[in-house]
Design a protein around this ligand. Structure first.
Ligand code: F6P
Length: 317
């Protein structure tokens, strides 16, 4: 068997640890590995590199992905996929590990339907795949968010200031939710539990009347016009508000121990599945156990983690 591995979609800390595990597991079983560059684009352009155990020896602590990544629109078209299939055949690659998020998994599913053996590994900071408790990169990003909020808090406290902090997550509120659970944020609004401007203001007013003059309002991206929200709070409560968009700082940095271990376990499972003849499956983690599910059951449907919101009610009251 000859195995291909690629990273696709937005990069996530821990992708390198997953690549390392895939290469190591394959080599352990005398399987050769071809790294495909820039996600599905590399399958179309023939941008590849052979990966040996030695090549991946010291990459697990590095952020980003050594294979680079891309959001490949060409692959969404049938013609692009046909080109990819031709290249896979030419290179004698009969199995593929795709590390990425939901969009990448849709591509993997298409290849599976075309007869290529494919296994997906969830690599996205958004944690928006409901079938798995965690995706690779989420923990590292959460820690980055908390570190940034800690710094914002120092200056907020000193000036009795309120800051709106926007975090990533696409349409999933997990980064904001877990940040608030960990103490990074007093008022939280996510796609799963969106607050209107007046509710945010009344929560702030209550906190201020209880003596808490510095407050962090943590929100998920893509929900509001931030300038409008800031202005609304300023005018309604007659306070000065700042806004910080954490942006791409959240995607970089060395992966946490949790993400490295998770990526390693998932990488090993992916290769085991391929060796056992499975295809069209995605690896995940549920209740601390590595699992795998059919790719077609993977989606980013709204998943309200009500237990966590109940805990937040207590922590943020
Ligand atoms: O999916 C990861 C992510 O960082 C999202 O949180 C964010 O919405 C998006 O990617 C940004 O995408 P791009 O890198 O294409 O701007």
């Amino acid at each position: 068997m000859r195995l291909g591995v690629l990273t696709s979609g937005g990069d996530a800390p821990g992708m390198n640890a997953a690549i390392r595990a895939v290469v190591k597991a394959a080599n352990y079983n005398n399987i050769e590995v071809i790294g495909i560059k820039r996600g599905y684009q590399g399958l179309i352009d023939g941008d590849i590199q052979r990966l040996t155990s030695l090549d991946v020896e010291e990459i697990s602590d590095k952020g980003g992905t050594i294979l680079k990544t891309a959001r490949c629109l060409e692959f969404v078209e049938e013609l692009g996929r046909r080109k990819a299939l031709e290249l896979l055949k030419k290179l004698d690659i009969d199995a593929l590990v795709v590390i990425g998020g939901e969009g990448s998994f849709r591509g993997a599913e298409k290849l599976h339907e075309l007869g290529i053996k494919v296994i997906g590994i969830p690599g996205t900071i958004d944690n928006d795949l409901a079938y798995t408790d965690y995706s690779i990169g989420f923990d590292t990003t959460l820690n980055t968010v908390l570190e940034c909020i800690g710094k914002i808090r120092d200056t907020d406290y000193s000036h009795d200031k309120t800051t709106i902090v926007e975090v990533m997550g696409r349409y999933c509120g997990d980064l904001a939710l877990y940040s608030a659970l960990a103490g990074g944020g007093e008022i939280i609004s996510t796609p799963e539990k969106k607050l209107d401007f007046d509710t945010i203001c009344s929560k702030l007013r209550l906190r201020m009347s209880n003596g808490k003059k510095d407050n962090i309002v943590i929100i998920t991206e893509r929900m509001y016009d931030l300038q409008e929200l800031q202005k609304y709070i300023e005018e309604k409560l007659k306070i000065s508000v700042r806004t910080t968009v954490l942006g791409f700082i959240q995607r970089g940095g060395n992966p946490s121990a949790f993400d490295r271990v998770l990526a390693s376990k998932m990488g090993i499972r992916a290769v085991d599945l391929l060796i056992s003849g499975y295809s069209g499956r995605a690896v995940g983690v549920k209740n601390n156990k590595i699992i795998d599910v059919e790719l077609e059951n993977v989606n980013t449907e709204v998943n309200v983690k009500q237990d966590n919101y109940n805990i937040l009610d207590v922590l943020l009251h």
